[in-house]
Design a protein around this ligand. Structure first.
Ligand code: ZN
Length: 266
């Protein structure tokens, strides 16, 4: 009888265990799955800052046109994703305000869209940057140019605490706050360059690293895209056409879609 009761109690205990401790045992199925819900799209330059200038095109206009198209495609095809623009007209958010918009809104992704320029007019192709210092010297010209927008801001000395975009020493202060997100940033940058190369037939100059001010502070995966060189006559022409802008925007949209399904699986 005694023995029987012990068995019965043991059985009761075993049945109860999952109910008693089920809520405390970490269980994958109980963790809410990650969903990419918010994207901040940043059209580089604007207002008093035209960015690079080609023979006809101004960088700020091309960046804005492509950025608005990317947002349109996301809104049309991904109803569960919210799009926030740092600018949707010819205004001039500062380099500090742009990533701040992403941080304040707790965005899941920050994408800054730019167009390139070089003294060598034969240079052409796309490149996508993530935050970092690898091969920094090779990319210093582009980094310097994009960061020097700071100098157009009236109170830049106070705002950026002595940071001088044209001095390599200033970049020593860049710590790698983006380090936590670098894996996902590279995944997205890879998708973008693959789309440019395989679906739009552009020359991809690859995924690169650079200490861009706008990539420094976002607390989420972030990339900076250079759509092509306005200093190259052919590429400038392509980026000025509605068709070229639609091709580039849909390539970026598709890479975001690929990236979303990939990270939501993990
Ligand atoms: Zn730019």
């Amino acid at each position: 009888m005694e023995r029987f009761n012990t068995k019965k109690n043991l059985l009761r205990f075993l049945i109860l265990v999952p109910f008693l401790f089920g809520g405390f045992i970490p269980n994958e199925t109980m963790m809410p799955a990650f969903r990419m819900k918010k994207i901040v799209l940043d059209a580089g330059h604007g207002g008093s800052d035209p960015g690079n200038i080609g023979s006809k095109a101004r960088e700020k206009d091309i960046n804005l046109a492509v950025t608005l198209l990317v947002g349109k495609y996301i809104k049309e095809n991904m109803p569960d994703v919210e799009v926030i623009y740092t600018r949707s007209d010819d205004s001039f958010p500062t380099l500090k305000q742009r990533p701040n918009i992403a941080n304040v809104n707790k965005a899941d992704l920050f994408i800054s869209i730019h167009s390139n320029s070089a003294a060598n007019k034969t240079a052409f192709g796309t490149e996508t940057f993530v935050m970092g210092n690898k091969h920094f010297e090779a990319n210093f010209d582009i980094v310097k140019k994009e960061n020097s927008v700071i100098l157009l801001e009236e109170n830049y000395k106070e705002e950026y605490e002595g940071f001088d975009p044209s001095s390599p020493e200033s970049y020593m202060m860049f710590n790698l706050m983006q380090k936590a997100y670098i894996g996902n940033s590279i995944t997205l940058a890879d998708r973008i360059e693959t789309q440019f190369r395989e679906n739009v037939g552009r020359k991809s100059r690859g995924v690169k690293q650079g200490p861009f001010y706008v990539l420094w502070t976002p607390s989420m995966p972030s990339v900076l895209i250079e759509l092509g060189f306005l200093s190259n006559a052919e590429e400038e022409q392509f980026l000025m056409t509605k068709e070229g802008q639609e091709y580039m925007a849909s390539a970026i949209y598709r890479s975001i879609k690929d990236y979303k399904s990939e990270i939501e699986l993990n």
